[in-house]
Design a protein around this ligand. Structure first.
Ligand SMILES: [Zn+2]
Length: 406
């Protein structure tokens, strides 16, 4: 028979064993969480933002000199969604400040993505499917508010860009007005490394159904909002949603208020009905920030040519993408042919670039290699003036006419 002392020693030993096991378990969980935090974001991004393997592009001396003389502007890049330090050159993803400088990018619209339902496709998406950005925001250790709020995700990504600009004022400046854009472009003469960044949102669901959130985003620096993304939202139907509906009453309110605030309306991903409704309602021209043109690339990603014509006739911009689902042939010469098709259809004053770099797409080149597109446009027979307009001139002109004056 055991003495009561032995019992108490045994129970003490087993209590300390339990405590140790719990500590080991907690330590393993912490190590696993750290490993997920450190490794998972890069693994996820490497699978999403892909550059096709290729031998170096040969850019003619003439094309390189022309490229360096141009003001390059891109209407759509999702780099803020990912975990990379954009001040450092990375060997994956499409875009960061050093690579943008190598590509002579002058103006970049940084778009903030806030919701991406699992199984996204070009035909029909369920807005209620599991949202991949929720998981991404947790894995990347974003503030807890972003785990549940789409608006918080947009604001957080915008804050990231503002912080980057504060830390690297020689490389990045955020532009909110026409005069800031004019000053920034003038300063690039002395400092060609300066990138002028604007903030946009991909999908009006970032407003969470609250019209006052629009002013909040505007105050936070947002200057463009894409009304929809891959699914129907409070503003109306997506090109890839179930309903294919037009603008809702809330969507109408948003368009009217965006007009008042001089915010740019982007109808990439909007249903054809939404595009028609916005064309009828908006007092200001529209942008399609990243798209292909149906007549060149018959893809569900692209709205029909007649709608594109109406957008252009209203003074709008059609920013041509460089990935397969939008352009079909994603080689530099294929993209150049798509741009030429766009110029023939809509006129040379309405075509811009909308790369969708870092937007979970596969491209033939990253931003550091974008001079290959200037080279391909020259080979396609476009004039130097037309190339200047497409590669940035049209976009800058549009911003100078449509940003708030001050
Ligand atoms: Zn998109």
């Amino acid at each position: 028979m055991k003495s009561s002392n032995e019992f108490s020693e045994n129970s003490q030993t087993s209590a300390s064993n339990t405590r140790r096991n719990v500590l080991v378990f907690v330590a393993i969980i912490i190590v696993c969480l750290c490993a997920v935090r450190l490794l998972a974001p890069a693994i996820v991004e490497k699978g999403k933002n892909v550059v096709k393997p290729h031998s170096p592009y040969l850019v003619s001396a003439e094309a390189q000199a022309l490229h360096e003389s141009l003001t390059i502007m891109d209407w759509h890049g999702d780099s803020l969604l990912w975990d990379r330090d954009l001040a450092k050159r990375s060997n994956y993803g499409h875009m960061d400040l050093p690579r943008m400088q190598e590509g002579n990018v002058a103006v970049q619209m940084f778009t903030t993505v806030t919701k991406a339902p699992a199984g996204m496709n070009l035909s029909e998406n369920n807005a209620d499917a599991r949202d991949n950005i929720t998981l991404l925001s947790m894995v990347q250790a974003w503030p807890a508010s972003t785990w549940t709020s789409l608006k918080a995700r947009a604001l957080y990504q915008s804050a990231r860009l503002h912080r980057l600009a504060n830390e690297h004022p020689q490389s990045l400046r955020i532009i909110k007005t026409r005069s800031e854009l004019a000053n920034g472009l003038a300063d690039r003469v002395e400092n060609p490394n300066l990138i002028l960044g604007l903030v946009g949102a991909e999908g009006g669901h970032a407003l969470e159904g609250d019209i006052e959130a629009l002013d909040e985003l505007h105050n936070a620096g947002f200057r463009m909002i894409g009304l929809q993304h891959f699914f129907d939202n409070e503003l109306g139907g997506s090109l890839h949603g179930y309903s294919k509906a037009g603008l809702s009453d809330f969507g109408r309110q948003v368009v009217v208020r965006m007009n008042q605030l001089n915010m740019i309306i982007d109808v990439s991903h909007s249903s054809e009905k939404v595009v028609r409704d916005v064309l009828a309602l908006s007092t200001r021209p529209l942008v399609v920030s990243h798209t292909g043109i149906r007549g060149y690339c018959d893809s569900e990603r692209n709205i029909p040519d007649d709608l594109m014509k109406q957008i252009a006739d209203n003074g709008g911009i059609v920013a041509v993408g460089i990935w397969k689902e939008a352009i079909c042939n994603d080689s530099p010469s294929g993209i150049a042919k798509g741009i030429k098709y766009g110029i023939d259809l809509l006129g040379e004053n309405h075509i811009s670039l909308g790369t969708d770099f870092d937007g979970a797409v596969t491209t033939a080149f990253d931003v550091s290699e974008i001079a290959t597109l200037t080279d391909a446009l020259l080979k396609e027979g476009l004039s130097r003036e037309q190339i200047g307009k497409v590669m940035g001139g049209n976009g800058v002109r549009f911003l100078m006419e449509n940003l708030p004056t001050r």
